[in-house]
Design a protein around this ligand. Sequence first.
Ligand SMILES: [Zn+2]
Length: 281
Amino acid sequence: MELVDTHCHLDFNKFDNDRSEVILRAQAAGLTRILIPGVTIESSRKVVKLAESNPILFAAIGIQPNDALTWDEGSINDLRELFLSTSNSTSAGRKKIIALGEIGLDYYWEAAPHEHQQRILWAQMQLAAELELPIVLHLREKQDAEHGACAEDLLEMVTDWTNQLKSTNNPLSNHPGVLHSFSGNIDTAKKAIELGFFIGVTGPVTFTNSKERRDLIAAIPLEHLLLETDAPYLTPHPNRGQRNEPANVQLVANKVAEIHEESLAKIAEQTCANAIKLFYW
Ligand SMILES: [Zn+2]
């Protein structure tokens, strides 16, 4: 049985002491691919280096909304240069940078004014279209509400962007990206799915008190789901309280199997196929 972790911050210093053991445990748990997203230019460079060090690691590059203040006028060019200088550098001829992310809007921390967040999101979506890279989207509402201005603004931008993809026959238009670690409501999920997006499922679905999250996942057909850990954050039950790591994607897969009343093997197979469809990795 094969599993993938479509979102893990393996570059963070929380893994500095035992990164290679973490990767070995992931492989022992059946993981064949791990996507590591960047959050700043600097971390994007680090993530690419890390991805190049191991065949199961892949990189996404971008500036996360909570790091929006690190953005400057040269950032787009830095990201483009990083992509162009590394995209086909592996011996197997495999691309190591397979997505643009994580990018998005965060009205919870509000590290930068909404307008600034939107401006850098839009600029990065334009770069994604140019480089034909799917996007990994972060969305967090004020006070962690289930629905609010953040989802409204994000959906509006994503709708404009996907319309642009279609009108220019961009190959991304079939599957433009993923709403990572989705915590919104079913309406937002449905709208995103209509635009071709996948919905990322993380550890909170396993928490004993998150019935709403489970109901939401139950309402989404398997062919639109991706599994992820968002490690070192969001450790699934029963490992809550410990640092999260990619091997724990098994626990998320188990819960999705239970919710969808399917075998674990079926969940693994379908979610791997979904990830391949999106990332071509
Ligand atoms: Zn993340």
